[in-house]
Design a protein around this ligand. Sequence first.
Ligand SMILES: [Zn+2]
Length: 60
Amino acid sequence: MACPICNRPTDKAYRPFCSRRCADVDLGKWLTGSYTIPVGRDDAEDDDPDLPQDDDGKLH
Ligand SMILES: [Zn+2]
């Protein structure tokens, strides 16, 4: 059996993957629907694009 991400032999600790990294890649793939995930980014998806902006009525 080969790792579905990189085709290397799997490690039983991480199967069906060969490493934690590939397991993370696969998880990210499922979460985002994309196959290419930059690994190693510390990306806390905490960004809210709809933050309430409260600057009308304020004088500068
Ligand atoms: Zn792998």
